[in-house]
Design a protein around this ligand. Structure first.
Ligand code: NAP
Length: 272
């Protein structure tokens, strides 16, 4: 069974760019650990490997024994906006080995396949993944995706967990997939917990805000709604089968408010 801390920190977005100094990523990771976060997620596609490098540097100064690290395979980034998909057994192995190198670890706890189509989840891929797991390159296998890709992942029965949007604006099909995962004992790592509508546009106050502004200017779908991030995290964790709720931030104050909201949620539960 996948065991993760209720809150997970995603090293993604501006953390993979020079807009946010590496020292600030390091300080946020250390503050997250001090606040009880034990799960960190990243991917080779975040900043073309820079996020993995930063997480790896931070890990060197931390007690790794009770930390859970996930990274992904299947999607690579290069340059500012280049993306390359490769779900061949050779591509997956090469991607994972490069990720382990950047992270400076012999294995990750959780390896997540990023957005696989059903026809890409082949027997050859499964055999290669089994061999990598046997060799200690990862412990648990997960699938990240949306809508039907998550159903395919459940259909093939080879995943220990799903990484999926969990927020108050899901439709009936998305909710049914989460119910299916819970019934099958496949844990869910919740993303987009505040909703799928973009945050309110505001004037950038730090260089790293330019990252989200840039994404907005490239065009983001309107989405269905949005609630406050700390509330979204707390609500997602109440859904059956959700084992951890992920967030990312570039701001120490946001990190602390997310951690504090969870502490209050436990107090509410104990009082209730
Ligand atoms: N969304 C995806 O497509 C996706 C896919 C696969 C994996 N993931 C994983 O999931 C993680 C989280 O992604 P997400 O999409 O769910 O993003 P999210 O955590 O909802 O973050 C969106 C924005 O919310 C802001 N924020 C965080 N805490 C806040 C607070 N307390 N108050 C106000 N604003 C706050 C952050 O900006 P500030 O820097 O200003 O705080 C952040 O840029 C990623 O890091 C990644 O590891 C996401």
């Amino acid at each position: 069974m996948v065991e993760l801390s209720p809150l997970g920190f995603g090293v993604s977005g501006a953390h993979g760019t020079p807009l946010l100094p590496a020292s600030q990523t390091q300080a946020l990771i250390e503050a997250a650990v001090a606040g009880g976060v034990r799960y960190f997620d990243t991917a080779p596609s975040y900043g073309a490997g820079e996020c993995e490098r930063r997480l790896g540097r931070a890990l060197r100064g931390l007690d790794r024994s009770d930390l859970v690290i996930s990274t992904k395979v299947g999607l690579m980034s290069h340059g500012l906006s280049g993306r390359r998909r490769d779900l061949s057994p050779e591509g997956i192995e090469a991607s994972l080995r490069a990720s382990l190198d950047r992270l400076g670890v012999e294995g990750v706890d959780l390896l997540i396949i990023h957005g696989a189509a059903l026809h890409e989840l082949t027997w050859e891929l499964k055999l290669r993944l089994d061999a990598l797991k046997q060799a200690g390159a990862f412990r648990w296998l997960g699938a990240a995706g949306r809508t039907v890709a998550l159903d395919w992942a459940l259909d093939v029965g080879m995943f220990d967990m799903l990484m999926a949007p969990v927020h108050p604006f899901l439709d009936a099909a998305e909710t049914a997939t989460l119910d299916r995962a819970a019934a099958a004992g496949v844990g869910v790592v919740a993303i987009e917990t505040a909703g799928d509508a973009p945050p309110v546009l505001r004037a950038p106050r730090t260089p790293s805000d330019l990252y989200s502004l840039g994404r907005r200017l490239r065009g983001v779908p309107a989405g269905r709604g949005r609630i406050a991030t700390p509330d979204g995290l707390a609500q997602a964790l109440k859904r059956p089968g959700v084992v951890s709720a992920l967030f990312t931030t570039t701001r120490p104050a946001h990190l602390q408010s997310n951690i504090a909201r969870l502490a209050h949620a436990h107090e509410d539960d104990e009082a209730g």
